[in-house]
Design a protein around this ligand. Structure first.
Ligand code: NAP
Length: 284
C-alpha cells in the first residue's frame, strides 16, 4: 500500500503505456520489502522542464527516462555521470536531496547481459553495429570502453554513423562501412548487433540484413525484445550462430537503476521472470 512514507520513483517518456518498467520495478520492490512505488508518467516534450522540476518539488527518489527525452533532459540536470556524458544520453536520474544526477545504464545493462548469456570474450571481438541512434551510442561506447578490438558501423544515414565512429575512435578502432562492403563486414566480424527497430512488433518478419550473410562463427545480438525472438535471431540460430535477445539488456538496465536508487542488490532473476512471463502472455 502506498502511504505518506512511500518513496516514489517513475518513468518519464512519451508514450509510456507499453512500458514493462512499472511491473518489473514494483515486483522487485515488494520482493525486497522496500516501501517504494514506481509509476509511469506520459510527458510530452513541451512539458519535460516542468516534469524535471516536479522530481525535486515532489521529492521523487529518481526516474527512468525513455524516448523522446533521453538527450533533451541533459541540460536540466545538476550533474551527469561521466559515462552518460560520453554516451550523450541519460536513462536514469537519481535525486540526491534536490540535486539531480543523470546516469546511463543502457550500455552497462547490455554488456552485463551479453557476458551472462554468451560468455563472450570482449577483448577478441570485432563488432558490426547496425544502427547509430541513441541505443547504438550507449552500447557502442560501453563496448569500446570494455576493450573490443574494432567497431564497424552500418547505418542508413551516413552522417550519424560518421559522428558515432569519430567518438568511438577515441577509445577503440572504429569505422563506417560503405554499402558495397556490408556483406563482407558482417561475414568477417565476430559480434553482430542490431540496434535499429527493424524487426520489432508489429513488423516481425523484417530483417536488417539478408539471412545468407549469417554463419556459425557469429554471436548475433538484437536489442529488440518484442518479439523475444526476432526474425534475425531465428535466422541466426538456423545458421548455427549464438543468438542474444534484447530482453537481458532491458532487465539489467533496470536492475542497475534499481541499485542506484535503493543501494540494494536488485533481484535480477525475479525481474527477468516477471518480464518474460508478461511478454510470453502477449504483453507488448
Ligand atoms: P533511435 O535513436 O531512433 O535510432 C534508431 C536507429 O535505427 C537509427 O540508426 C536509424 O537510422 C535506424 N533505423 C530505424 N528504422 C530504420 C529503417 N527502417 N531502416 C534502416 N535503419 C533504420 O532509436 P533507439 O533509441 O536507438 O532504439 C533503437 C532500438 O533499440 C529500438 O528497437 C528499441 O526498442 C531498442 N532498444 C532496446 C533497449 C533494451 O533495453 N533492450 C533499450 C533501448 C532501445 P538513421 O540514423 O538512418 O535514422
Amino acid at each position: 500500500m502506498i502511504t505518506s512514507k512511500t518513496t516514489l520513483v517513475g518513468l518519464l517518456g512519451h508514450p509510456v503505456h507499453h512500458s514493462q518498467s512499472p511491473l518489473m520495478h514494483n515486483t522487485a520492490f515488494t520482493s525486497k520489502n522496500l516501501d517504494y512505488a514506481y509509476a509511469a508518467f506520459d510527458v510530452s516534450p513541451h512539458d519535460l522542464p516542468n516534469a524535471v522540476k516536479a522530481i525535486r518539488a515532489l521529492g521523487l527518489r529518481g526516474v527512468n527516462v525513455t524516448i523522446p527525452h533521453k538527450v533533451a533532459i541533459l541540460p536540466q540536470l545538476d550533474e551527469i555521470d561521466p559515462l552518460a556524458k560520453r554516451i550523450g544520453a541519460v536513462n536514469t536520474v537519481v535525486n540526491e536531496n534536490g540535486r539531480l544526477i543523470g546516469y546511463n545504464t543502457d550500455g552497462l545493462g547490455y554488456v552485463r547481459s551479453l557476458i551472462e548469456e554468451t560468455n563472450v570474450d570482449l577483448a577478441k571481438q570485432t563488432v558490426t553495429l547496425i544502427g547509430a541512434g541513441g541505443a547504438a551510442r550507449a552500447v557502442a561506447c560501453t563496448l569500446a570502453e570494455s576493450g573490443v578490438q574494432e567497431i564497424r558501423i552500418i547505418n542508413r544515414s551516413r552522417e550519424k554513423a560518421e559522428q558515432l565512429a569519430g567518438q568511438l575512435r577515441l577509445m577503440t578502432e572504429a569505422r563506417v562501412v560503405e554499402q558495397r562492403e556490408y556483406q563482407q563486414a558482417v561475414e568477417g566480424g565476430s559480434l553482430l548487433i542490431n540496434t535499429t527497430s527493424i524487426g520489432m512488433y508489429p513488423h516481425t518478419d523484417e530483417m536488417p540484413i539478408p539471412a545468407e550473410w549469417l554463419h556459425s562463427g557469429l554471436i548475433v545480438s538484437d536489442l529488440i525484445y518484442n518479439p523475444l525472438q526476432t526474425q534475425l535471431l531465428a535466422e541466426a540460430e538456423r545458421a548455427g550462430a549464438k543468438a542474444h535477445s534484447g530482453v537481458g539488456m532491458f532487465i539489467n538496465q533496470g536492475a542497475l537503476a534499481f541499485e542506484l536508487w535503493t543501494g540494494i542488490e536488485a533481484p535480477v532473476d525475479l525481474m527477468r521472470q516477471t518480464v518474460l512471463h508478461h511478454l510470453q502472455q502477449g504483453g507488448n
